[in-house]
Design a protein around this ligand. Structure first.
Ligand SMILES: [Zn+2]
Length: 433
């Protein structure tokens, strides 16, 4: 599987100039390639292939001063990038979006370039780790977490953030065995990612959403100040950077929270069941005011998925249809408007928090997806597995174990302690054969 590892670079003044110069040559090449693409289309009536435009690079170098200063594989990835963007555009078109044409990139919109396959390596120089880039420089890098020894470095992307900081993101390939179905089905959890509470799981933990109102206030203040500065002045430029830092701060805190929460679930459980967000989004109306929330869900679920793979935890995305309406105890559906926070079943009388009820449904669907309920299975291991799961499922049925005790946890605790539960492996309800 493919992973991304992102690190902060510590470039000197000279390094910065060189990084910026290379970035700008790449940008000009991007714009030139776009120009050639349109020219070719006018002449031939259809689009050139990527190889056609890539094969023009050696000739370009003959008259283009500076183009040879950039490592050749980097130039090739610029051409690839244009074609990637083109592909993205036609995909949008296929899905019925009105799309225009690819545009020329001004400097502030072209922030990165990529070394692919070769031309880069991590090295030690004078007691510090450097990222050695062909035809560019050896730039000090802060490896705040180790890249696994077995990892193959496929590529590195160098990016300048609007704050002026430079980052290196390594594309890394790791060979891992796909995780086995969980042997100990007691360590299973269903998570409902909600709106009011951030996540509600079947162990009764409800994690609140992250309070970033202070950070948002600060951003607004700095933005107001920016609007009073003369556009293009030094003061404006300094203030623009401050606004960019506020944005970066918000983004970092949000991601940090999602990283810690997803790491907790991936580490602590053998099976994690969530709703399939892709299906869920199709069920919701597109003009939904929950766009920010759903962007955070997407990030959370993709972090959770790759962390589960890394930890050998089973990740199951289940069909979300009706998880809030269905009764976790008897399976009867009843309509509930969004503002009704309690689940109270008219058929069997089972009562629970709305999100807790949904989390139970998600877990039982997840267990079903990995094999529970397929009695015709002949493999003894698998049938043992689902037998164990069936007993688990019985004991999970909330009505038999009394109401799940819900522990509301503030998001701050996740950020500070790294997990919603301080002392790990609190006594799980013991059940099993
Ligand atoms: Zn019921």
């Amino acid at each position: 599987m493919y992973y991304a590892y992102k690190y902060r670079l510590k470039p000197s003044g000279v390094h910065r100039e060189e990084l910026d110069r290379h970035r700008d040559i790449c940008r000009q090449l991007y714009n030139h390639t776009l120009y050639r693409l349109n020219e070719y289309q006018d002449e031939h009536g259809d689009l050139p292939s990527m190889t056609t435009l890539r094969s023009e690079l050696p000739d370009l170098k003959k008259w283009w001063d500076g183009l040879s200063d950039v490592y050749s594989k980097v130039l090739q990835t610029v051409v690839e990038r244009l074609f990637d963007n083109l592909k993205g555009l036609s995909k949008l078109k296929e899905n019925g979006y009105g799309v225009g044409q690819l545009k020329w990139k001004p400097p502030r919109e072209f922030r990165s370039f990529t070394y692919s396959q070769s031309g880069f390596k991590l090295d030690k120089k004078g007691g510090q780790t450097v990222l050695s880039l062909s035809k560019l420089a050896d730039i000090p890098i802060r490896l705040h977490r180790a890249i696994p020894d077995s990892a193959k470095l496929k590529q590195v992307t160098l990016k300048k953030e609007p704050t002026g900081e430079w980052f290196a993101t390594f594309g890394v390939e790791l060979d891992r065995e796909p995780p086995e179905p969980p042997e100990n089905p007691e360590n299973c959890v269903g998570i409902d990612v909600g709106i009011l509470k951030y996540a509600h799981d079947t162990d009764g933990t409800a994690v609140g959403s992250l309070d970033l109102s202070d950070e948002r206030d600060r951003l607004e203040r700095e933005q107001r100040k920016l609007s009073r500065k003369q556009h293009g002045s030094n003061n404006y430029e300094n203030q623009r950077r401050r606004v960019a830092e506020c944005h970066a701060d918000l983004r970092r805190k949000r991601r940090d929270f999602l990283h810690k929460l997803s790491a907790y679930y991936a580490r602590e459980y053998d099976l994690v069941a969530v709703e399939d967000l892709y299906v869920k989004r199709m069920m919701e109306s597109p003009s939904n005011s929950r766009n920010t929330a759903s962007a955070a869900w997407r990030t959370f679920l993709s972090l959770l998925e790759y962390k589960c793979e890394r930890e050998g935890t089973h990740f199951v995305a289940v069909n979300p249809r009706g998880t809030t309406k269905e009764c976790a105890s008897c399976g009867v559906s009843s309509d509930k408007p969004l503002w009704v926070r309690e689940h109270s079943c008219p058929a069997c009388g089972f009562e629970a928090d709305r999100d807790a009820n949904a989390a139970w449904n998600i877990l039982s669907r997840g267990l079903e997806d990995v094999g529970v309920g397929h009695s015709e299975s002949t493999s003894p291991e698998i049938s043992d597995f689902w037998c164990a799961n069936e007993s688990l499922r019985d004991s999970l049925t909330p009505v038999e174990t009394a109401l799940p005790a819900d522990t509301p946890v503030s998001a701050k605790r996740v950020v500070e302690a790294g997990s919603p539960i301080c002392s790990r492996r609190r006594s799980r309800r013991s059940h099993g054969p």
